[in-house]
Every structure is written in C-alpha cells, then in structure tokens.
Design a binder for this molecule. Structure first.
Ligand code: C6P
Length: 404
C-alpha cells in the first residue's frame, strides 16, 4: 500500500487551487505531474553544470556528459537491457516516426503491417503513411465488445506476408493491457518485427524488453513523472546496427569527408544534434523516484483505485464506461454521461477542480468502433486517492443535474 500522504508532499502542483477548489488531477494518461526531486534535478543542471555533451572537455562538459550517459544507463536498467540499445528521442511519437522512417526501405509492395484497432494516432499514422508510400497493406487486429483484442484476429492477421507488427501495450482509451509477450511470439513465428508502444505501460507495470522479446519499444518521459520533450526508443542492438539513421548532423557521425560519412556507435548514431540534456537527466531522476516507490507498490495502488473507480462510477446509472473489467485494465477510464457531450462533462468537472481529458484521445478510429465521437477520461497515478475518485463522482452528479 502506498503512503499517498507522503508521496503527495513531493508534488508541489497538487497544492494549486483551480476555480478556488483543490486540484484533483485525473489526467495522468495525458501527462503526469513532476515530483520536486525531478524538478530539482533539472534546476540543478541549469544552475550548476549546464554544458553541451560529448563536445567539451571542460569540467562542466564532462559533468553534463556523465549525467546524460548515466540517464541512459538508468533507463536501460529500468527495462532490463543495455545502454547501447537506449536512444533518447523527444517522446513516443518521435520514437515511432524514427522507426517507421528508418524501416521504410525494408517495406516492399504487397508487404503487410499489422496494428490493432486500439492504436493511438502515433502508432497508426506513421505506418499508414509508409504503407501508402510503399504500396504495402495495413491490417488491424480487432477488438471484442469488452475492449480486448480478439485472439483469433491476432492469428488471422499475422501471416508470412507480415513484415511489422506494432501494438500498444496499454490502450490510452480502454485501459486494456495487451498480452504483448504472446503477440510477439506469433510475430516472430512469422519472421515479422515486433514493436511495442509502451507510452501507457511504462509508468504502471514492469516493462522487461527481454521478457517480451520485442525488437523495438517506445515511451515518453513526461508520462512517467519526467520532463516533457524527452522519450525513449529501445531497439535490439543487431537491428539498430543495421538501421539507417533518421536525422543526420553533429554527434551521430564518427568520420565525415566531403564525399561520405561513417556513423557513430550506438546509441549516438540515432541522436543527432544537441539533445534535450536537461530532459534526459530529469528522466533519470524520474526513474530513481519510481524505483524508490517501487513498481509493485504502484501496481497495487493502481489496482485499488481502478477497482474503486469502476465500482463507484458503475453505481451512477447515467454513466457508460468503455473498456474491460477492472482486472484486465489499468487506471485509465474513459466514460460518457448519457446525453451529455464529453467536453461539457469535462468543463463542469473542471469547475469543481477535477481535471480530466475529453475528446477522441488521439484514437479516432477506435472512437468510431465504439460508436462515439468523444469520451471523458479519468486516469490515475501514484498520488491519487479514493477521496479524489469520490470528488469525480460528485462532479459527475453535478453534470447530470445541470444537463438532466
Ligand atoms: N497519449 C493521451 O492523452 P507523446 O505525445 O509522443 O508523448 O505520446 C504519444 C502516445 C503514443 N501512444 C499512446 C498509447 C499514447 O497514449 C500517447 C499519448 C496522450 O492519451 C496524449 S495524446
């Protein structure tokens, strides 16, 4: 059980008032708040050792380089892999675009790319555009009425024609946790590459790239207590070595002549230009924080909140919840109040200090399948409490009163 009272003291923003009310921040799937340990680490960097990395041999440069490299090491340990296989990017979106671009020359006309119906646009549009350009076919693993991937659809869609399978670990709308180990096994049986979008899982469940056996995996720092503008692409070393860089320029080369260039060692081959040094070091501090709290404790807390929220919201007959039962999901809960537009729901909740997201959540095709144009979404993290879920329920009752 998490000591939420103690944890909340680490998050200065939780003291902010919204419309004169205490902030109830339930928009963690969009971005999490930052503990003072992360804020302090970023501030320290700028105040005490700001310098470019891998360029200057002065003391500050050496310190910033060591801290930036150490952050790669922390990420590597966090997902059970090696330093060389960790590329820092701007976030999940950039990681997936980098991959789609770099893998595009391996996709030939008639090849197939398999995604699921619950993908975020970041794991759909890059592949869709490559498919259009290379005359490849895009296929989608279907979801059932409970928001789970249909097992038979996984087997039906992944075939010897499949070159890439790219799947979200956890849906940012339904909260569904997908069995990526099993999908990876089927992808590899068919000699396809397997990619995981871990944007919504990295902060909630242990992510072990060796256990999944995925070829690539992407996530964002800002959804796991870290700064915005920093994210990660993991790739198996032998695959990264054979992949062309996405960006060319400083830092990613070993040797340049007027005629040609030789690429730098991993991971720097994929980190052209001056990177987000403060962000990278801040992400390292976020990982320290999560490790200190313990992923097992975070999972247990998530479970308590998810079960409580589903139980509480299910008691309100005007509320329709999307996605599977509590045991098959994490703490992302999309819902609608019958007859009320999700934006109106979110606006009224906001007047009560309750921050939720409303819209299609960057998963428009999924909304279409659910037969809705938008939904409100509450998402929890380690500092949230049952009392805050009660506040959400009270706010929803106000929505019903106003629009009823
Ligand atoms: N989802 C949400 O509110 P970026 O924006 O690059 O950090 O992450 C993109 C992304 C990719 N995959 C999944 C499953 C995601 O949930 C997200 C981001 C946020 O749901 C912002 S749209």
């Amino acid at each position: 059980m998490l000591h939420t009272k103690k944890i909340r003291k680490d998050f200065p923003i939780l003291n902010v008032k919204v419309h004169g009310k205490n902030l109830v921040y339930l928009d963690n799937a969009a971005t999490t708040q930052k503990p003072k340990q992360v804020i302090g680490t970023v501030k320290d960097f700028y105040e005490k050792y700001n310098a470019n990395i891998h360029r200057s041999i002065h003391e500050l440069g050496e310190k910033s380089t060591a801290a930036y490299e150490e952050a790669h090491k922390k990420v590597a340990d966090f997902i059970n892999t090696d330093f060389e296989e960790i590329i820092f990017t701007k976030g999940t979106t950039e990681s997936l675009n980098l991959l789609a671009y770099s893998l595009s020359d391996k996709i030939k006309p008639g090849d197939e790319i398999v995604l699921t119906q619950m993908e975020h646009h970041s794991n759909l549009v890059p592949w869709q555009q490559i498919a259009i350009k290379n005359k490849a076919k895009l296929k989608f693993i279907e979801i059932d009425k409970n928001g789970l991937l249909k097992k038979e659809s996984i087997k039906k869609n992944i075939t010897k024609k499949t070159k890439i399978v790219s799947v979200t670990h956890i849906s940012n709308v339904l909260g569904t946790v997908n069995d990526v180990d099993e999908i990876c096994r089927i992808a590899h049986e068919n000699d396809a590459l397997f990619i995981v979008d871990a944007a919504q899982s990295i902060q909630h469940i242990p992510v072990d790239v060796k256990k999944i056996n995925c070829d690539f995996l992407a996530f964002s720092g800002h959804k796991m207590l870290g700064p915005t503008g920093i994210g990660v692409l993991y790739g198996k070393k032998e695959l990264l070595q054979n992949l062309n860089p996405f960006n060319y320029g400083g830092e990613m080369i070993k040797e340049v002549t007027f005629e040609n260039s030789k690429w730098n060692d991993l991971p720097w081959k994929f980190e052209a230009g001056t990177p987000n040094i403060a962000g990278g070091i801040g992400l390292g501090a976020a990982i320290d924080y999560i490790n200190k709290v313990g992923m097992k404790n975070i999972m247990a807390h998530d479970k308590i909140l998810t079960e409580y929220a589903i139980e509480t919201l299910s008691k309100i007959k005007e509320v329709e919840i999307y996605g599977p039962k509590a045991e098959k999901r994490t703490s992302v809960i999309a819902f609608n109040v019958k007859g009320v537009h999700a934006h109106d729901t979110a606006s009224i909740l906001d007047t009560e200090g309750v921050a939720v997201r409303a819209g299609h959540h960057c998963a428009m095709p999924l909304s279409n399948i659910l037969g809705i144009t938008s939904s409100a979404r509450a998402s929890f993290y380690l500092y949230n409490t049952k009392q805050e879920i009660d506040k959400l329920a009270e706010g929803i009752k106000k929505v019903i009163k106003v629009f009823g």
